[in-house]
Design a protein around this ligand. Structure first.
Ligand SMILES: [Zn+2]
Length: 269
């Protein structure tokens, strides 16, 4: 499947139009009004953001109840993606929630869900974390939870968004496993990764995973201890001729208690 890059290309063009390497210093409401829309922040039920397109004006609404600034910015950028990429006939009033804003799901289910959400997420990711700048910021740095947190605060986006971007562009090969209510919902590994993840989709997490520690014991590691050593066999297939003790794998969990989800980043040193 050829990767659809329409969203990222449009975001790159926009950055060029406004003459900035990144939008980290530009307030989102100013960006939105500069692009011919109004930004309204108000409580929305069952939706994180929406775009209403009229003949004379466009309104982007954002749910004021979203607790994280990074998620608000991503949602606004996603709606801007619809504004700039999708014409009115396709989309008159469009509402987004966790399903459409979920970068992971939308990239995996690109074919199923239609391309518009994927393009809007791709646009948002590139607008908020321009690839060239992201690559430079992580280049030559050892992968660690701290690096991910630093990138998240530099780009002013959620740690989850950084995780997906790092998966695509980062120096260190990284596997991502998303779980919900003690079960794996989906996972991805780099195409040329030398280890095979045991497919546990819809089944229970491995007993010795850090993710399961959260679900079973409510354990959330403090920042300094968020890099946890694990066995290769925790997530990967261990071949007969291999010894678990010869590998140095780690797991860093991003926990979203409100949704009871965990995103595990797994890497080898
Ligand atoms: Zn959308």
């Amino acid at each position: 499947m050829k990767k659809n890059k329409r969203g990222a290309i449009r975001a790159k063009a926009l950055l060029k139009e406004i003459g900035c390497d990144s939008i980290v210093d530009i307030p989102m409401d100013i960006l939105v009004s500069g692009l011919g829309a109004f930004l309204v922040e108000e409580p929305l039920s069952n939706s994180d953001g929406k775009i209403i397109r009229g003949n004379k004006k466009n309104i982007i609404k954002i749910n004021s109840e979203i607790p994280y600034k990074g998620k608000k910015r991503f949602t606004i950028a996603h709606e801007l993606g619809h504004l700039l990429l999708h014409n009115k006939l396709e989309l008159e009033e469009h509402s987004d929630n966790d399903l459409t804003l979920n970068w992971f799901k939308s990239s995996i289910e690109q074919m199923k869900r239609g391309v518009q959400e994927w393009e809007a997420n791709d646009f948002a990711s590139e607008l908020l974390m321009p690839s060239d700048l992201f690559y430079k910021k992580q280049k030559g740095k050892k992968f660690s939870p701290e690096l991910i947190r630093n990138l998240s605060s530099f780009f002013n986006v959620s740690i989850t968004s950084v995780a997906f971007k790092y998966f695509e562009l980062g120096d260190c090969p990284l596997c991502l496993i998303h779980s919900h209510n003690s079960k794996v919902s989906y996972w991805k590994r780099p195409d040329d990764y030398p280890h095979f993840i045991i497919d546990r989709t819809k089944s229970k997490l491995p007993d010795d995973s850090v993710a399961l520690e959260y679900f079973e014991k409510g354990k959330i590691y403090h920042k300094e201890h968020s890099k946890q050593p694990i066995w290769k066999s925790t997530w990967f297939k261990l071949n007969d001729w291999e010894d678990d003790r010869d590998y140095n794998f780690f797991e860093y969990c991003i926990i979203t208690s409100s949704c009871n989800t965990v995103l595990s980043m797994v890497w080898e040193e």
